[in-house]
Design a protein around this ligand. Structure first.
Ligand code: ADP
Ligand code: ASP
Ligand code: MG
Length: 436
């Protein structure tokens, strides 16, 4: 059995869905379980509806039209999704009436993207003579906690396998969504369909988890910043999780975890070039020595510095700081400490403000907005002489100021904070230094 996940762009038009059908058909003997995202742009559009609904302007007309247009391109009945789209309209109106978009209601609203896409894709498969059934992730056994917007999966008790085994034809499962124990719809966080695919792969003991995108594998940098970035053929789970975590989009950071549990290879493949090799992510990576594998970046970062004389020779001070972060559910990405100060970076979010307020009780807090993180990823580089010096010299030469730096003793990255205005150039000069 293999799990094949198709992202938003891969199911973004009738034409691309037809390509997906042929890709799946060609692998039918490997018993594929398909996981799909919403059509590209739909989750963003649904989020805009959620934001507008309490103010009284929840127009789902454009979303409905896009779904009908794709059905039309596929020569499927354009009213196929009408019951579902009507439900979506009712929900948006309901949110307007109560003047509220609670996290629970927002997750329910967002789920319509994947639910519609799965039905369209399955109908297209059937029309092309490939038996398939659309199935919502909760009917396929996926359960999470009730942390709406970033729900965490509950351990699978064998339910997923028994649900999937009963499906007729190719199961086309909704990515990104699940239900909690009380039956509320939840979502796994933006880009969460990759994670869904890995969770199904783990539960089904898949021989491989394939993540199909609009790019020919993981590259040495984001191709939007570095157009000639090269595809990476093999990566270790370690490298891939660092890259996903610090590099944002190409893989959801949690994707690797379920695959690691069962040592299932993850392959990143290109829907527009199905024959291309892509990237395979394996438990271990057997090349000797240190290699810079990629230069990745993350925008919308804020730097919080706490200066406190109380840190001096006091046990448990850092524990206290991180307990505050945990309280506000702030994920700290990078940490640099001295005896009297600690600098932390985290993604910009409202919860970060609460964290900074709490910190002010124990010292002087300085917050710097509009920062970005750049991370050089590669096995063994952090402990290799000269790589950090090279990184800093390259940035200095380009007159890019580094605001904070962190390097582990063993792990696989060197991470730096630069101003948001410098991030593109920082990635480009570092990429040129290590790959040209
Ligand atoms: P999907 O939603 O289809 O699963 P995403 O759009 O989330 O795919 O991720 C693919 C995109 O990630 C690519 O189009 C590319 O622009 C971007 N990207 C960012 N960093 C990288 C990288 N290092 N390698 C490849 N693609 C990257
Ligand atoms: N549709 C969701 C999103 O846009 C999940 C995904 O595409 O992976 O975030
Ligand atoms: Mg994605």
């Amino acid at each position: 059995m293999i799990v094949m996940k198709f992202g938003g762009t891969s199911v973004g038009s009738g034409e691309s869905i037809l390509r997906v059908r042929e890709i799946v058909r060609a692998r039918a003997s490997r018993r594929p379980v398909v996981v799909v995202s919403a059509h590209s742009g739909i989750t963003d559009a649904l989020l805009r509806v959620a934001r507008a609904a309490p103010q009284g302007d929840p127009d789902v007309g454009a979303i409905a039209a896009r779904h009908r247009a794709i059905l039309g391109e596929l020569e499927l009945p354009t009213d196929l999704l009408d019951p579902m789209l009507a439900e979506l309209g009712d929900l948006a109106r309901g949110m307007r009436l109560v003047g509220e978009a609670s996290p629970r209601a927002v997750d329910m609203l967002l789920s319509f993207g994947e639910r519609c896409a799965a039905r369209t894709v399955a109908a297209c498969f059937r029309q092309g003579g490939l038996p398939a059934t659309a199935i919502d992730a909760w009917d396929a056994g996926l359960r999470t906690d009730s942390d709406f917007g970033r729900a965490k999966p509950l351990p699978d008790d064998g339910r997923i396998r028994s649900c999937i085994e009963q499906v007729e034809g190719v199961p086309v499962v909704t990515g990104f969504v699940a239900k909690d124990a009380a039956g509320n719809i939840t979502t796994l966080g933006r880009n969460g369909s990759d994670y869904s695919a890995a969770l199904f792969g783990e539960a089904l003991d898949a021989e491989e988890i394939q993540v199909w995108k609009d790019v020919d594998g993981v590259r040495t940098a984001d191709p939007r910043l570095v157009p000639d970035a090269r595809p990476i053929r093999t990566m270790s789970f370690d490298e891939a999780s660092e890259l996903a975590y610090y590099g944002g989009r190409v893989l959801h950071p949690a994707t690797i975890l379920p695959a690691m549990e069962k040592a299932i290879p993850v392959r990143v493949l290109d829907t527009t070039h199905p024959e291309a090799e892509g990237t395979v992510i394996l438990p271990t990576y057997d090349e000797e020595g240190a290699h810079v594998r990629a230069v990745v970046h993350k925008r919308n970062v804020r730097l919080v510095t706490l200066v406190s004389p109380r840190m001096l020779a006091q046990h448990g001070f850092l524990a206290q700081v991180f307990a505050m972060a945990a309280n506000h559910r702030v994920d700290v990405d990078l940490v640099a400490t001295s005896e009297v100060s600690i600098t932390m970076s985290a993604e910009q979010s409202p919860s970060l403000e609460g964290f900074a307020r709490d910190l002010a009780a124990v010292g002087k807090v300085e917050v710097m907005d509009d920062q970005a993180m750049v991370c050089v990823v590669g096995h063994g580089i952090a402990s290799t002489r000269g790589v950090a010096a090279d990184v800093l010299a390259t940035l200095a030469q380009a007159e890019i100021r580094v605001r904070a730096i962190s390097q582990g003793a063993i792990k696989v990255n060197i991470a730096l904070i630069v101003g948001a205005a410098d991030v593109e150039r920082a990635v480009q000069v570092l990429h040129a230094r290590f790959f040209d």
